[in-house]
Design a protein around this ligand. Structure first.
Ligand code: AHG
Ligand code: MN
Ligand code: MN
Length: 339
């Protein structure tokens, strides 16, 4: 018997019935995001053929070289999302300030934060990249959204998700009722439900970190990573090391296989005193997703979702993964604190 064919629109509509107060706006926002995902997929899939690869010679607010696909993905999401009347403003990794909704379009009660293209250093090597998004209800009054709307704690998120441009394109999201994954069927142009209610394994045997930063980590992090490499069959150690360098790819593998991903604080580079990853459109969305899948998300000192943001592009240390693995990491941090 053929599997039940559920596309994103049907799934979010069925999810919506769980939230009596949710209007059709949720569906419309997720639908518009999935449309943008299809457009970006088309260009990612032919990037090598249209000289889209390579750097556009510009740098973004992070002071990073911006590849053309970054710009294309950013523009695609902005254009897909700015006219539906559901958002009061947006925030993007590629824009220094919040992105207002053009005057000619109606404003809505939601705020969208996004990383249009995650893992851009991997574009030219044709390695998996992604898009990350996070959705909040606005808190300010008035017509146009404000920075206050775009810098709320992660606990206030109403939805979060990512798109993975891998061997297939996947759209994974949560609205607080589990984590659900859809795979794009190119022949029909639909995202079909393939991973209903993703649960991260209680414990994994893979750790994921950029080891070249080892000498810049705090001592508990160094000791934890050394612990992963020691031999102990009872705790299935040594763990394997897997590191793609695209957060979306490393996080999705950790979600599906279990284990732990770390981007710890790094004192080497003045640009990333608190770590490299950004709170509003990398750490918070994955914090919501991992907790919804039964995992954990911490800075090593604090639950990611509890952080009160100070600015739009704030960076934080990010440790996400299986409950048992993240708790073991936190034990190293707590032992150091009580020493
Ligand atoms: P982005 O391409 O959106 O700037 O994100 C890149 C991030 C993230 O995807 C990944 O986990 C991390 O950079 C890798 O950093 P390192 O190359 O320093 O390991
Ligand atoms: Mn990113
Ligand atoms: Mn990015």
């Amino acid at each position: 018997m053929s599997a039940k064919l559920v596309n994103i629109e049907r799934h979010i509509f069925e999810q919506q019935r769980l939230y009596p107060e949710a209007t059709g706006e949720f569906s419309a926002i997720i639908r518009d995001l999935s449309f943008a995902a299809k457009i970006i997929t088309r260009d990612v899939r032919k990037a090598g053929l249209q000289n889209v690869l390579g750097l556009a010679g510009q740098t973004n607010v992070q002071g990073e070289q911006v590849a053309k696909l970054d710009i294309f993905a950013n523009d695609t999401i902005r254009k897909a999302m700015d006219h539906g009347g559901h958002l009061c403003c947006m925030g993007s990794e590629e824009n220094a300030d919040i992105i207002p909704i053009p005057d000619k379009y109606p404003k809505g009660k939601y705020v969208l934060l996004f990383d249009p293209l995650d893992g851009s250093s991997n574009i030219d090597a044709n390695v998996t990249i992604g898009t990350i998004f996070s959705l909040y209800r606005r808190v300010s009054g008035g017509t146009n959204g404000t920075l206050e709307d775009a810098t709320q704690p992660g606990t206030e998120q109403v939805a979060a998700g990512y798109i993975l441009y891998g061997s297939s394109t996947m759209f994974v999201y949560t609205t607080g009722n589990g984590v659900h994954g859809f795979t794009l069927a190119p022949s029909i142009g639909e995202f079909l439900l393939t991973h209903e209610n993703i649960r991260i394994p209680e414990k994994g045997k893979i750790y994921s970190v950029n080891e070249s930063n080892f000498i810049y980590w705090d001592d508990p992090t160094r000791r934890y990573v050394a612990y992963c490499k020691q031999t102990d069959p009872d705790t299935e150690r040594p763990y394997s090391l897997r590191y793609v360098g695209s957060l979306v790819a490393d996080a999705h593998r950790t979600l599906v296989y279990g284990g732990i991903f770390l981007y710890p604080a790094d004192t080497r580079d003045p640009r990333k005193p608190k770590g490299k990853l950004r709170l509003m459109y990398e750490a918070n969305p994955f914090g919501f997703i991992f907790e919804q899948a039964g995992g954990m998300a911490t800075t090593g000192k604090q639950r990611i979702l509890d952080i009160v943001p100070q600015e739009l592009h704030q960076r934080v240390p990010l440790i996400i993964g299986s409950k048992t693995d993240v708790e073991r990491y936190l034990q190293f941090q707590q032992e150091a604190e009580s020493a």
